[in-house]
Ligand binder design. Structure first.
Ligand SMILES: Cc1cc2nc3c(=O)[nH]c(=O)nc-3n(C[C@H](O)[C@H](O)[C@H](O)COP(=O)(O)OP(=O)(O)OC[C@H]3O[C@@H](n4cnc5c(N)ncnc54)[C@H](O)[C@@H]3O)c2cc1C
Length: 591
């Protein structure tokens, strides 16, 4: 059972009180402050000055084309924020309206400026924004923040490694602004995490270095604590007299255990609050049970997008100090020296870590590849996918931001924009749903009974050939397409989405048992893929090998009724030879 916010009686220091409108006085002070800081920041922001009409459009057309909608929005900024229920219709019109016309940016710098404009035209800060209270749940018994706490509010960043477009940090800032308390961000770096390699650590830590810099410019202190959260975070909270902890959300076993452990170890007086900053529709709002398939969750999600697919307000410079004795710059080389991971699988060149690189990927996708997404996304020789999954996995960009920006092109590329949202919202959030509600998300115990029974019935079928892990890892199969896909994974830390399905299904065909097949697929995916250890990965492997979210097909050897894929089918879909030439997979002799 989880607690969702309810509109209970509030005190000023109660986290629930955050959803209350500000008093007129406080709103006016806030507005004066924000206008002052914005005056400084906007000048900075617009050093690369966009043509004036672009800014005008951002405030009118993009944030709402009809005068009525614009007036409403302005009204909302000038007056008190309404409570979240009241304003949902308003946001709905805003978000739909935003999609009406293609944005004007011409290059990447203008794209970054466009993002800033979007945020500042949504609200001056999170304080003036009607925060969706359903994004938040209180995990502790206590919900009252000690207002005299010197350390203020801390955002324990874990899954969502970014500053802007992060509902968890926005909520933490809202709490800190309301109570006039300091704000800080903490990340607990675990030196060994499942089988993450230096490839993953460099990507994650590169992103965090950018987070540290951004926090500094916003007067928010950033702390990198080395060690498991339960050992480091409660100690940090006590030493620094922290008043409240806000964490983000992951459906996976280990991060959930961390949150549970930290919750138990925190002082009773310190509330622990969780915000789903990864999903557009918070997981606990989308559905309260494991869904059968995309068809059963699609409408549950899409019917709530009017409410949740809103623009983001900005995280603004924090006016109440950082509390935690002005954090020293992080000693990154010392942090790297503490890592105990596989150092052999090193970084890849095509994907640079961090928010800015993520935005560049999104910018290039919107400008160059989106138009081909619908028609060409199952062709591994075409450059039609977003390639965003590494940044999405580490939370360096928000899926909500990606969906918002892609939707602005709906007028030109409707089918592609819709197809992208199906993947980035519905399929991605279905994966979170599966991992959250099925404790066996990475084992055959998690399959539907039809799928388990059919695989079990074919357990003794002859595998010819039958490969071991080393042969698979070194691309030594008789299938040059499979070997090429495996080489792509090892070299680039990524495999094309269509080939991922083929790749995992062949592992089932060539491995002694379905249990081993699932184990090898997860192991190789998590070891080499930059986006590995993600709900999407567990669900992708479970779909391919165990038919989850799928239905039964014609029965055949080894697979039983689980959907089958073969080489000839790939030949019919795309130029297999071209792909093989690109990655150089060989045809090895069958054993
Ligand atoms: C065996 C197997 C393993 C997989 N492992 C991973 C993994 O470790 N991490 C991972 O993020 N995805 C995984 N996927 C899902 C999917 O293949 C990738 O998300 C996609 O290839 C990422 O490339 P992209 O960012 O260019 O995707 P795009 O096609 O551009 O899609 C945009 C985003 O939508 C989401 N998305 C796309 N396809 C799916 C899908 N089928 N299910 C859920 N979300 C999706 C991703 O977040 C993706 O970044 C796996 C799929 C299979 C079959």
């Amino acid at each position: 059972m989880f607690l969702v916010y309810s509109a209970s009686p509030i005190s000023r220091g109660c986290v629930n009180g955050l959803f209350q409108p500000l008093t007129a006085d406080r709103a006016a002070t806030a507005r004066r402050y924000v206008m002052f800081t914005l005056a400084i920041n906007w000048r900075e922001c617009f050093k690369i000055i966009l043509p004036l009409h672009t800014m005008k459009r951002a405030k009118t057309t993009q944030a709402g084309p009809s005068k009525k909608a614009t007036k409403k929005q302005e009204g909302n900024r000038k007056d008190e924020p309404k409570d979240s229920q009241e304003s949902s219709e308003e946001e709905a019109s805003t978000s739909k309206a935003s999609f009406a016309s293609k944005p004007d940016y011409q290059n990447f710098d203008q794209f970054l400026t466009h993002l800033e404009v979007q945020r500042f035209s949504t609200a001056d800060s999170i304080k003036e924004f009607s925060f969706r209270k359903k994004r938040v749940r209180v995990l502790s018994k206590n919900e009252d923040v000690k207002e005299s706490s010197k350390g203020g509010v801390v955002y324990w960043m874990s899954r969502d490694g970014r500053v802007q477009d992060n509902w968890a940090l926005l909520f933490a800032q809202r709490l800190a602004l309301k109570l006039e308390l300091p704000l800080s961000v903490v990340f607990c770096l675990v030196p060994k995490f499942l089988n993450a390699t230096i490839r993953h650590y460099k990507f994650m830590m590169g992103g965090l270095q950018e987070v540290e810099q951004q926090c500094r410019t916003l007067d928010i202190s950033f702390h990198l604590l080395i060690g498991p959260p339960v050992e480091r975070l409660p100690e940090f909270v006590k030493t620094n007299d922290i008043g409240a902890v806000v964490c983000d959300f992951s459906p996976l076993r280990l991060p959930r255990q961390w949150v549970d452990d930290v919750g138990k170890a925190l002082p009773k007086s310190v509330p622990l609050v969780q915000v789903d900053a990864h999903n557009v529709v918070p997981l606990w709002v989308a559905s309260d049970k494991q869904e059968y398939a995309a068809r059963t969750i699609r409408n549950k999600i899409n019917s709530k997008l009017n409410e949740f697919l809103s623009e983001f307000p900005p995280v603004v410079p924090h006016p109440h100090g950082s509390g935690c004795k002005r954090s020293k710059p992080v000693d990154w080389p010392a942090a790297y020296a503490k890592l105990q991971c596989d150092m052999d699988v090193d970084e890849v060149q095509w994907a640079q870590p961090g928010y800015k690189a993520a935005c560049e990927q999104l910018y290039e996708f919107c400008s160059l590849r989106l138009r081909h997404f619908n028609d060409k996304r199952n062709d591994p020789t075409a450059d039609a996918l977003s390639g965003l999954s590494p940044w999405l996995h580490f939370g360096q960009i928000s899926a909500q931001r990606c969906a918002l920006e892609v939707q602005r092109f709906r007028g030109q590329h409707k089918a592609s924009a819709d197809a992208f949202c199906e993947e980035a919202i519905v399929r991605r959030e279905l994966a979170d749903n599966f991992c959250y509600y099925n404790e066996h998300y990475d084992s055959l115990k998690g399959l539907s009974s039809w799928a388990y029974q059919t695989l079990d019935a074919h357990r003794k079928d002859k595998r010819d050939p039958c490969y071991n892990l080393e042969e698979l890892e070194k691309s030594l199969t008789y299938d040059d397409l499979w070997n090429s896909a495996q080489l792509q994974l090892v070299r680039e830390g990524k495999m094309h989405g269509f080939l991922r399905m083929y790749w995992a299904k062949k592992i089932l065909e060539w491995t002694a048992t379905p249990e081993l097949a699932l184990e090898y697929a997860i192991l190789l995916n998590d070891k080499y893929s930059l986006d590995g250890r993600d709900p999407n990965g567990y669900v992708g492997c479970m779909w391919s090998i165990g038919g989850i979210h799928d239905m039964g097909w014609k029965e055949r050897a080894i697979f039983g009724k689980v959907r089958y894929m073969n080489y000839q089918g790939c030949r019919r879909k795309f130029d297999v030879n071209a792909f093989v030439m690109r990655y150089g997979g060989k045809v090895h002799k069958k054993k």
